[in-house]
Design a protein around this ligand. Structure first.
Ligand code: KG4
Ligand code: ZN
Length: 355
């Protein structure tokens, strides 16, 4: 196998995006994504069974389009990579079965890849080799995590994570409370620009001393987040305006909610970075599209002397190129293929980069 500039085809199906990406080493050749988002809108969130069926329908056309865009044939591919977790069990199963079938049919080696680490690995497609002393802040509909990445292919450590809702989930739930539809992120982001972020002081979860502790004696949730209280606070706030018969200041609520999210995410991320000697940060996940989160992360990174990298949005949201990118890194590092015996793992830990 070509291990210097391997041609790798990556498959992603952990949530509602069917993605097939193709890379050569750290060069992006194709990133084809088919989303079932529209089919979930009327339910206000992703319905796993619908997502699984949509993956089944979308896989072959997405694969064909990716090969076409990259201008390569399956025969030329050096290795296959697939998200084996974490994610929705049924959705993961479709991508993993497709990948195993391709591997059997073509005789190409298959690598089972961790979705979260792939969100970091995608950084190589936009700026080449990732720097040392690297941290990653992943914020999406499914995850809110801060990682220390000593080695992309074999040493990733979870420093902190949400203990309940992911940030994107909080956006979706708050949008529903405000009657703004699904998905909530983009619409709240837009509305917030017209609102006053200081109008309402919403809670910043897990920031009390009993959770934070000190640098010497960290509390139980020093680098963790919680967004379920924030969502409840928005619901109470809406009730109060309604009970008083006052018009709902939707833009101000959206701006104040967004400020609470961006503030607590970046504050805790900065703490985790400075206390772990992290001097380079990668921001990824679908919520990295958020204008306030981007701006505040940049502002606070500048203040702490941390250099920030944010891949383009098309590489931040779930996609197959990120799986191919990390797969290629594993191939180049001499990693062994996973075979076809492995099972998808919906709660695959971030410390397990590949199986
Ligand atoms: O990474 P992603 O495509 O899929 C998951 O892994 O979940 O992220 C989707 C999430 C949704 O919850 C959506 O509301 C949120 O990203 N999102 C945003 C923005 N654009 C998308 N959240 C805040 N601001 C945005 N501009
Ligand atoms: Zn994701």
């Amino acid at each position: 196998m070509n291990r210097t500039q391997p041609l790798v085809l990556g498959i992603e199906s952990s949530c509602d995006e069917t993605g097939v990406g193709i890379v050569r080493g750290d060069t992006l050749l194709a990133n084809t994504v088919s989303s079932s988002m529209d089919e979930h809108v009327r339910f206000g969130g992703v319905i796993p069974e619908i997502a699984s069926r949509a993956h089944l329908d979308a896989f072959i056309p997405t694969l064909e389009q990716a090969l076409d865009t990259a201008g390569v044939t399956l025969d030329e591919v050096d290795a296959l990579a697939v998200t084996s977790g974490p994610g929705l069990a049924g959705a993961l199963m479709v991508g993993v079965c497709a990948a195993k079938a391709l591997s059997l049919a073509t005789g190409k080696p298959l690598y089972a890849i961790n979705h979260l680490v792939a969100h970091v690995g995608v950084g190589v497609l936009d700026g080449g080799v990732l720097p040392e002393n690297l941290g990653a802040l992943l914020v999406s509909g499914g995850h809110t995590e801060i990682l220390r990445v000593r080695s992309l292919t074999d040493d990733v450590e979870l420093l902190g994570a949400t203990i309940d809702d992911a940030a994107g989930e909080a956006y979706d739930k708050v949008a529903r409370i405000l009657g703004l539809g699904y998905p909530g992120g983009p619409v709240i982001d837009k509305l917030a620009r017209e609102g006053d972020p200081k109008r309402i002081r919403f809670p910043r979860g897990l920031t009390q001393p009993k959770y934070m502790g000190s640098a010497e004696e960290p509390g139980p949730h020093r680098y963790d987040w919680s967004f379920s209280g924030l969502k409840t606070a928005v619901a109470r706030c809406v009730e109060q305006f309604e009970a008083a018969g006052e018009p709902l200041p939707v833009a101000d609520i959206a701006a104040s909610f967004q400020e609470a999210v961006a503030d607590v995410i970046t504050a805790k991320a900065m703490l985790a970075c400075t206390e772990h000697g992290i001097s380079n940060l990668l921001l990824g996940g679908g919520v990295a599209a958020n204008s306030r989160l981007r701006a505040l992360t940049q502002e606070r990174c500048d203040k702490h002397g941390i250099s920030l990298r944010v891949p383009p949005v098309s590489l931040c949201t779930d996609n197959g190129a990120m799986v191919a990118a990390l797969g290629a890194q594993v191939v180049m590092a001499g990693g062994q293929p996973s075979g076809i015996e492995f099972a998808p793992d919906s709660s695959m830990p971030v410390s397990s980069v590949h199986l």
